[in-house]
Design a protein around this ligand. Structure first.
Ligand code: IPE
Ligand code: IPE
Ligand code: MG
Length: 234
């Protein structure tokens, strides 16, 4: 068990490696995605148990439309099942659910199921679970600027810009964790990551569990977040 100090307020996960997890087992990619959803549910429970207040998952990027239609359909069907299946449990636990991204492009049944869970959990004060779907960091910034232009505002600052992002009201991630071995952000939270600690793990997303979270929290606790100040004395 990790020491209860230095627990990040907001942990964001780039859930990568589902396809390779399946390939290693000679299974179709969709089996990797199914295990990926299980891992996501597991990590929601574990993060809550650790006292993390905000947790965010990157589920579908604006670039993922480049995948075969069959895989896209499978992913949205899983997202719909997740929204429908977990609604009751999560609202009982008091979680708030937020969706980051442009939901207008999603298949209607998926969008409706997501909107239902967001609306139902709106008044909750427990852990905030955000899922980034049809999310792209550059698109988020462009969308924010367009909203600003339309509202007639002629000058903005960092705080007012942050308020125009999909993540309004959510503190920037303290740590962004990517599974699957790639060391890149793939258009994830590029505005919000300015001072996030970055952790890249080789482990594939479906293998993430409590011990992985403990490893992440231990690594995070070792980081010296200077925010421009001088290094802390060791
Ligand atoms: C992450 O796993 C899930 C999504 C991007 C939707 P991948 O499907 O990217 O898995 P790999 O990277 O091919 O192993
Ligand atoms: C990043 O994974 C997007 C999500 C986890 C949703 P990708 O597998 O799409 O990223 P790239 O293409 O390897 O950068
Ligand atoms: Mg990938």
């Amino acid at each position: 068990m990790t020491e209860n100090r230095n627990i990040p307020t907001h942990v964001a996960f780039i859930m990568d490696g589902n396809g390779r997890w399946a390939k290693e087992r000679l299974l179709p990619r969709k089996m990797g995605h199914r295990e990926g959803v299980k891992a996501m549910k597991r990590m929601i429970n574990e993060c809550d148990a650790m006292g993390i207040r905000y947790v965010t998952f990157y589920a579908f990027s604006t670039e993922n439309w480049a995948r075969p239609q069959e895989e896209i359909d499978e992913l949205f069907s899983l997202i719909k099942k997740f929204a429908e299946g977990e609604l009751q449990e999560y609202s009982e636990k008091g979680y708030r659910i937020r969706i980051l991204g442009d939901v207008t492009q999603l298949p209607e049944p998926t969008r409706k199921a997501l909107e239902k869970i967001v609306a139902a959990s709106k008044g909750n004060s427990g852990m905030c679970v955000s899922v980034a779907i049809n999310y792209g960091g550059r698109q988020e910034i462009v969308n924010a600027v367009n909203n600003i232009i339309q509202s007639g505002i002629t000058q903005i600052d960092v705080d007012s810009m942050s308020d125009c992002m999909y993540t309004y009201g959510i503190p920037d991630p303290d740590v962004i964790v990517r599974s699957g071995g790639e060391k890149r952000l793939s258009n994830f939270l590029i505005w919000q990551c300015a001072y996030s600690e970055l952790i890249f793990l080789d482990k594939y997303w479906p293998d993430f569990d409590r011990s992985t979270l403990e490893e992440i929290l231990a690594e995070y606790a070792k980081r010296d977040r200077r925010f421009g100040k001088i290094a802390r004395l060791s």
